[in-house]
Design a binder for this molecule. Structure first.
Ligand code: URA
Length: 241
């Protein structure tokens, strides 16, 4: 027997934390009865439904998508825009691990493994994510010092980041840099740059942990090897200090 939220996450419907919310919202039934308290145990021989749909144990799959700009990282979009789901094989039900903005491109992990997604996203784990940033504005030494030290802006705390300035274009007032962050707050890179008075013109995620888009054109996906998945989990757990 396992906790209900763990089984739901294992079925690939959503992450464990989202499953807890669904349970508390009364959307989960076990053998026909609503279970709205956390801590209930069950197993896959029970009939478990989420929003009326029965869950089953899924084979776990893991992909990296080179997300093109101009699509949302959700499974559905109420404005009918392109979603990342348009790029994954149709016979597997996966969801994105976290979000990239509509206009951000690059590495996006996709899986049906809620536990894995949870590990990759939980703030306790500190997987490095490197972004290639094309900035309107000139990053000063003081800006770089702030990014490296970490700072608070509008009540939000940003942990120390790695900064590598690749190029500057003083005529057009642009800076090209790689920024590595170890957390995944909403619109984090854009907010960090806004805090310094600069605007992000283009954002591309080069890597998530050690996973890159090498060999993938925008819109292409590659399946991760079991070894890579184990390594990502180990990396996440290693960051739990
Ligand atoms: N930070 C952002 O601001 N946007 C993204 O899409 C990812 C990180």
């Amino acid at each position: 027997m396992e906790r209900l939220q763990k089984l739901i996450a294992q079925s690939g419907v959503c992450s464990r934390r989202k499953a807890e919310e669904l349970i508390l919202a009364g959307k989960v039934k076990v053998n026909g009865k609503v279970v709205s308290t956390l801590g209930t145990k069950a197993d896959f021989s029970d009939r478990i439904t989420v929003d009326g749909k029965a869950i089953t144990r899924d084979e776990k799959v893991y992909y990296v998508l080179n997300k093109p700009k101009g699509c949302v990282s959700t499974v559905k979009d109420d404005k009918d825009r392109h979603t990342v789901m348009d790029y994954v094989p149709l016979n597997v039900r996966v969801f994105p691990v976290g979000r990239l903005d509509y206009d951000t491109s690059g590495v996006l992990l996709m899986t049906n493994d809620g536990e894995f997604a949870n590990k990759m996203l939980h703030p306790r784990y500190h997987l490095p994510k490197t972004y290639e940033v094309n900035l309107q504005g000139t990053l000063t030494d003081e800006d770089i010092r702030k990014l490296r030290k970490g700072f608070t802006w509008k009540g939000e705390k940003f942990a120390p980041a790695k900064v590598f300035v690749k190029d500057k274009d003083p005529i057009r007032d642009r800076t090209f840099l790689n920024l590595t962050i170890y957390e995944g707050k909403n619109h984090q890179v854009k907010k960090m740059m806004e805090a310094l008075g600069h605007e992000v013109r283009r954002l591309n995620r080069l890597s998530f942990g050690f996973v890159t888009t090498e060999g993938l054109r925008p819109g292409e996906v590659r399946r991760l090897k079991p070894y890579d998945v184990r390594k990502l989990i180990a990396m996440a757990e290693d960051g739990d200090k």
